[in-house]
Write a protein that binds this ligand. Structure first.
Ligand code: GLY
Ligand code: MN
Ligand code: MN
Length: 438
């Protein structure tokens, strides 16, 4: 609770005194018939107050002593019989440490009052048409009082970048949750390595992951799990997960749980039959070396682009050595001409946090040349180099239809990277040993 309080205070401190900030949580979404998609709160809303129910709005009034108001559903004996517990404003006020709490149906009346003579209104601008329209309504009702001398806010500000910059730097509590999410996901990957057998469908292996996530209390996968055998691993966002896993193929699993609102994001690639072939091992060792080089660059003061550059350098040299790049060029030329692109076409890192592709700028927007951003303690990013070799003329046949990615989650500390996903076996030796013993 103190975390939410401190975050609201830090946000308020960035706003002019008297400014009103409004943030709604996510709506419920219909799946079909009478069924909704599993409910997931809005990340920034949750970051500032921790309130888990739909139909809720947080309002912060900036000033020396900022005030926070939560608008939420009322208690409802009938609905609680069908759908379960609701806090209601009274219990929510205590549980989430807000100064005031009111029924959601009173939002418009309160906002019209709060915005009278307020200097500014901040909300996530132009992201949700319904909220934009509602804000227009609040402003209209304030403007209607102009002849009584009431002033409407002269400034309309975007709340999104302010909250997103805060979310980029994780505090100790957030890091502890992310570490636990990483631990659970790592155990799920190890479980999949033990469970895999030739002839098994990809979805049966996916089920092992889901079982492990859930039995440790993770609420959901943080994103659709990828379980891709053989050539399917060359499809970057493969989610069909319905093919049979074949003896002699690798399987790539990109899966991570969401725990208490925080994502993990891990990829491991391993042989369906428990032993890497020599060609698979060559490619695997290359991706592993690229990942090690990338992780070694992570430290406060280094630029996020350096992580990608380090991975690219190792991968491209390997592609030259293994005959994947057949042009007679130097490493520098190959990098310059981006000859790696047919085999490595995605970035190496993204921010990780409440969202799997978390918020925050990748460029230094305060610098006129907008260079890549400096890493800071408390940031968390993935390191996920890969290599994807499709069947194609001129490509050594032993590498055809092989996709490998190795992905870990790294917290930036004063001493460099701390891997939150280190529990998932990763070296050829670790993987083969685990798979032989089960
Ligand atoms: N699992 C999504 C990603 O790796 O970016
Ligand atoms: Mn990722
Ligand atoms: Mn991933």
């Amino acid at each position: 609770m103190s975390d939410w309080f401190a975050r609201r205070a830090r946000l308020a401190a960035q706003l002019p005194a008297g400014a009103v900030a409004v943030l709604a949580t996510a709506p419920e979404r219909r799946r079909n018939g009478d069924s909704d998609y599993p409910y997931r709160h809005d990340s920034s809303f949750y970051y500032l107050c921790g309130f888990p129910e739909p139909e809720a709005v947080l309002v912060i009034v900036a000033g020396q002593r900022p005030r926070s108001l939560l608008f939420c559903r009322e208690k409802n004996a009938e609905r609680e019989i069908w759908d379960g517990f609701r806090y209601g404003p009274e219990a929510a006020q205590t549980a989430f440490g807000v100064d005031e709490a009111y029924p959601i149906d009173d939002l418009d009346v309160h906002l019209a009052e709060l915005l009278a003579d307020a200097p500014a209104l901040y909300l996530p601008l132009a992201r949700d048409a319904a909220l934009d329209a509602r804000a227009r309504g609040w402003l209209d009702s304030v403007r209607a009082q102009a002849r009584k001398g009431v002033q409407a806010p002269a400034v309309l500000g975007d709340l999104t970048p302010l909250v997103e910059e805060m979310r980029l730097i994780k505090d100790a509590g957030e890091l502890a949750t992310m570490e636990q999410a990483g631990r659970i996901s790592a155990q799920a990957h190890a479980r999949a390595m033990r469970a895999v057998r030739p002839g098994m469908p990809e979805y049966a292996l996916e089920a092992e992951l889901l079982y492990e996530f859930r039995r440790h209390g993770a609420q959901a996968p943080a994103y659709p799990s990828i379980v891709a055998g053989g050539a399917n691993a060359c499809v970057l966002h493969y989610v069909a997960n319905n093919a049979l896993l074949r003896d002699g193929d690798l399987v790539l699993i990109d899966a991570g749980c969401e725990l208490d609102g925080y994502a993990s994001d891990i990829t491991r690639t391993f042989p369906v039959n428990g032993r890497f072939s020599p060609a698979q091992r060559d490619l695997y060792e290359l991706v592993l070396a690229a990942q090690a080089a990338a992780i070694a660059t992570i430290a406060p003061g280094r630029r996020v682009a350096e992580v990608h550059e380090a991975a690219l350098r190792v991968l491209t040299q390997g592609m030259l050595d293994l005959g994947l790049i057949t042009h007679l060029v130097s490493l520098e030329q190959a990098l310059e001409q981006r000859l790696y692109l047919p085999f490595y076409m995605h970035g190496t890192s993204h921010w990780l946090g409440m969202d799997v592709h978390d918020c925050g700028n990748y460029k230094d927007v305060h610098h006129s040349e907008r260079p890549s951003r400096l890493l800071e303690t408390g940031m968390v990013l993935t390191v996920e180099p890969g290599i994807y070799v499709r069947a194609a003329e001129g490509v050594p046949r032993e590498f055809w239809n092989t996709g490998i990615r190795i992905e870990d989650d790294a917290a930036v500390t004063a001493h460099g990277a701390r891997l939150l996903s280190a529990g998932a076996p990763k070296t050829v030796r670790e993987i083969e040993d685990l798979m032989q013993h089960d």
